[in-house]
Design a protein around this ligand. Structure first.
Ligand SMILES: Cc1cc2nc3c(=O)[nH]c(=O)nc-3n(C[C@H](O)[C@H](O)[C@H](O)COP(=O)(O)OP(=O)(O)OC[C@H]3O[C@@H](n4cnc5c(N)ncnc54)[C@H](O)[C@@H]3O)c2cc1C
Length: 418
């Protein structure tokens, strides 16, 4: 290729612009790329050409001295891997240096949006994921597909949980929604127990639970009950626990006067079957809060108990559970700092907001960022939500409230989010 000499006295391929960054930035850019994955010198030249939209392709005379310098500084080590070409890898010191200087590299590159704005290590990981998916997609069976989806959701959850030391968490991304494959499954009861006088715990198992995914503590599944017609009755229940190794799902049923779900739970015994569907999706709350307040009646206790048990050490969780009496109180264990309050009111007052509002009125809330979750009979949940927003001026986007049942209506729920 013909060369010409630019104003800096170095050789440049004809027709290309001069290098768009100084020597120091080029050195960091090369280091950043090697930190993402081991590379040969020629791969680095091509990558820089791509990253600069073809504006600049460094010559070997530029790149190999940079590699030698980085090696001398102990930031990379290069060895002839395939007999002739040297493969350069990052050292521990180099990795730390690359992370510390990554922002400088990013701001030096032309801003082109989209993928080109994504840091090298992340782009490489995205490419690896894409290649892995492409490789499996054509041949994978449904179990493998479910496992693949679960692995990706888990990665998303991990990423949501990462806290960047240098920046504040993104408080606009509070709730992440995940979709799941909807499958009907037939399960068999393996155990039932009266957790409290008005709460029945049912354990169900089936090989069909393979691939069952529930990422959010307030996920719900549909339970199908035979009505003797071609239309089953459907009710929503919380996956209170799931043991993937044993393919075992745990559900808690609050016992009330009557209804297909309550009747089924009262009569279920070992060997009884149950059809379920879902969860259709999960709403995962970003772990960016210092404290959580969970408010609910008997129907919300499964979700509240699950949340309390899932929360890590270092956060505060306050629960306000409305139940008939002391015998209905549940004991939860948690790594988090748990304060459990119980409100006693008769079953006939389950739709009266006053007892719950009284408890909230006296409730001191911790310093810092807090997320409030409320679920109960619709009128109680609505009143509790309004109180926390208006009287306690809690930010609306840090609160989620749902009516888990509606007085006088079968299979009814109320979405209370505006
Ligand atoms: C997302 C979600 C998750 C839920 N998770 C759970 C859970 O894990 N455990 C649980 O027990 N419930 C849970 N519920 C509530 C449950 O779905 C309802 O209580 C459901 O109506 C019960 O069905 P059923 O067949 O017993 O009564 P239905 O046939 O639906 O209702 C019959 C009558 O009973 C009334 N009623 C319904 N529930 C109650 C109640 N709890 N107390 C007093 N009267 C009632 C109705 O207003 C109606 O008049 C959840 C609800 C939602 C929306």
């Amino acid at each position: 290729m013909k060369q010409h000499h630019g104003p800096d006295g170095r050789a440049h391929p004809r027709g290309r612009q001069k290098r768009p960054f100084d020597n120091g930035t080029l050195r960091l850019l090369v280091l950043d790329m090697i930190a993402a994955a081991p590379r040969h010198g020629y791969e680095i030249m091509t990558e820089i050409e791509t990253r600069t939209a073809g504006a600049y392709r460094p010559s070997p005379g530029v790149i190999y001295p940079v590699l030698s310098k980085l090696e001398d500084e102990g930031l990379i080590s290069c060895e002839a891997a395939d007999g002739k070409r040297k493969l350069c890898q990052i050292t521990d010191a180099g990795a730390a240096y690359a992370v510390a200087n990554h922002k400088r590299v990013r701001s030096a590159l032309p801003h082109r949006g989209g993928r080109h704005n994504v840091p090298f290590p992340v782009r490489d990981a995205m490419d690896a994921l894409k290649a892995a998916l492409r490789g499996r997609m054509g041949t994978a069976d449904t179990t493998t597909i479910a496992a693949m989806a679960e692995a990706i959701h888990a990665a998303a959850e991990t990423i949501n949980g990462l806290t960047d030391q240098a920046s504040e968490p993104d408080m606009n991304q509070i709730i992440t929604r995940h979709r799941h494959e909807i499958r009907r499954r037939t399960l068999t009861v393996t155990n039932t127990q009266r957790l409290t006088p008005h709460m029945i715990r049912v354990e169900l198992e089936s090989p069909e639970l393979e691939g069952f995914t529930s990422l959010g503590f307030d996920d719900h599944i549909k339970l199908f009950f035979d009505t003797g017609t071609d239309k089953p009755a459907m009710r929503d229940y919380t996956p209170r626990g799931f043991d993937a190794a044993a393919n075992r799902l745990t559900l808690d049923f609050a016992v009330h006067d009557a209804g297909p779900a309550t009747d089924w739970a009262l009569n279920a015994g070992v060997g009884t079957q149950l059809q379920i569907g879902g969860p259709r999706g999960s709403a995962v709350i970003a772990p960016v809060f210092d404290w959580y307040l969970l408010v609910g009646d008997e129907t919300a206790l499964p979700a509240m108990g699950r949340r309390v048990e899932e929360l890590p050490a270092g956060v505060q969780v306050i629960t306000v559970g409305a139940v008939i009496d002391g015998a209905e109180e549940q004991t939860w264990t948690s790594d988090a700092d748990l304060t459990a309050h119980w409100v006693h009111r008769p079953a006939s007052a389950a739709t009266n907001p006053a007892p719950v509002l009284d408890a909230l009125r006296d409730l001191p809330l911790p310093e810092g960022r807090g997320f409030i979750w409320i679920a109960a009979e619709a009128s109680v949940a609505r009143a509790a939500k309004e109180y926390m927003l208006t009287e306690r001026t809690h930010p609306r986007e840090w609160l989620k409230a749902s009516g888990y049942w509606v007085q006088g209506e079968a299979d009814a729920k109320a979405k209370l989010d505006d």
